[in-house]
Write a protein that binds this ligand. Structure first.
Ligand code: FES
Length: 109
C-alpha cells in the first residue's frame, strides 16, 4: 500500500507531537518551526514509551521517561540512554498542504 493521507499542514500545531498508527506502525508526526513535517517511529528505542508524549524542541523530540532526544530529521538518538535510531518515514506534502505518510518507506540516514 502507498502513502496515506494524514491531515493538512494547517491542522498540525507547530512543535507539537501527533501520533498516528498506520498499518500497525506507530508514527509520531511533527511540524517544526520552519514548517517542515517529519514522521519518525513513535516508540523510543530505549523502552516502550511513545515519543509523541515527549517534548519537541527545535529539530528534536525528547523522550519523557529518561531524556533521550531523537533527531526529527534522521531518527538518530542525540544522547544516552537510547543508542539506536528510530525509523524515519517518507512524508509528502502536496500543493494543497495535504500531508501523506508512507509507513512502508523508511528513509536511509
Ligand atoms: S524509554 Fe525513552 S529514554 Fe528511556
Amino acid at each position: 500500500m502507498s502513502a496515506e493521507r494524514i491531515c493538512t499542514t494547517a491542522e498540525l500545531e507547530t512543535n507539537k507531537a501527533f501520533r498516528v498508527v498506520l498499518e500497525k506502525t506507530a508514527i509520531v508526526v511533527v511540524k517544526d518551526s520552519t514548517g517542515a513535517v517529519h514522521a519518525i517511529g513513535d516508540t523510543c528505542t530505549h523502552g516502550d514509551i511513545s515519543l509523541a508524549e515527549g517534548f519537541v524542541e527545535d529539530e528534536d523530540i525528547e523522550c519523557w521517561a529518561h531524556g533521550s532526544k531523537f533527531s526529527l530529521a534522521t531518527g538518530m538518538p542525540l544522547n544516552l540512554p537510547a543508542y539506536e535510531p528510530v525509523p524515519v518515514f517518507a512524508v509528502t506534502v502536496d500543493a494543497d498542504g495535504v500531508v501523506y505518510i508512507d509507513p512502508h518507506t523508511t528513509l536511509a540516514v
